[in-house]
Ligand binder design. Structure first.
Ligand code: TYD
Length: 212
């Protein structure tokens, strides 16, 4: 199970700006100043060919039974970890990922009311692969709304946005050494300064020689 790379996951509610921060972080880590790392950016759901098909099924269909939804996310995750994330980590890459199983714990376990079993399903699906660092981008739900059309899951879970925010904060509090919570209500540059500091610090503590 040992891996040589570094696994960073971004979590948070819908519209908190994960995509922008992930792009900027990848750019930094690839640069000479950031350590010239080999960086793989990816996402769940939809980080693989199979995952993109599962994403279509999950997001754009009609009603999906909550347990089926949880298993579809877990299927996407199992395939993604086995075919992309774990090989990249074993090759020494930094994997920067948009959402992982905390999203299932918070959306399916919390908002859909499926409870703790969701976490066990994800741990089984991933053979226990935990991120080295999870960055929770935290923001008041109302200020995080996007101007794009919401997908099915976002529409159906948005009434639980405050509960989901608390869910991410609770997961972070449970394992503070593996999480950082960043106030995402600031400007993109300010948020990125915090993200860059937290990730490079965690990487150097893990012996990956992050940016100075
Ligand atoms: P996405 O378009 O990636 O949203 P965002 O840009 O906000 O990350 O859609 C992912 C949606 O799927 C989002 O509403 C969260 C939800 N989701 C779950 O419900 N469970 C999960 O395990 C994952 C990974 C995502």
């Amino acid at each position: 199970m040992a891996s040589r790379g570094f696994f960073v996951v971004f979590e948070g509610g819908d519209g908190v700006g994960k995509t922008t921060q992930i792009e900027r972080l990848a750019e930094l880590l690839r640069s000479e100043a950031g350590g010239s790392h080999d960086v793989v950016t990816t996402r769940e759901p939809g980080g693989t060919d199979l995952g993109r098909e599962l994403r279509q099924v999950i997001m754009h269909g009609g009603h999906v039974a909550p347990r089926a939804e949880a298993l579809l996310y877990a299927a996407d995750r199992a395939h993604h970890v086995e075919s992309l994330v774990r090989p990249a980590l074993e090759a020494g890459s930094v994997v920067v990922q948009d959402r992982y199983f905390d999203s299932s714990i918070v959306y399916q376990g919390g908002a859909r009311g499926l409870g703790d079993e969701v976490e066990r399903i994800s741990l089984w699906a991933t053979e226990g692969l935990l991120p080295d660092l999870t960055v929770v981008l935290d923001m008041e739900p109302a200020s995080g709304r996007l101007e794009r059309e919401l997908d099915r899951v976002e529409r159906e879970t948005s009434v639980h946005a405050s509960q989901m925010r608390q869910g991410f904060l609770k997961l972070a509090a449970r394992a503070p050494g593996r999480y950082v919570v960043i106030n995402a209500a600031h400007s993109i540059d300010e948020v990125f300064a915090d993200v860059a500091a937290a990730v490079t610090d965690a990487m150097s503590r893990a012996g990956e020689g992050g940016a100075p």
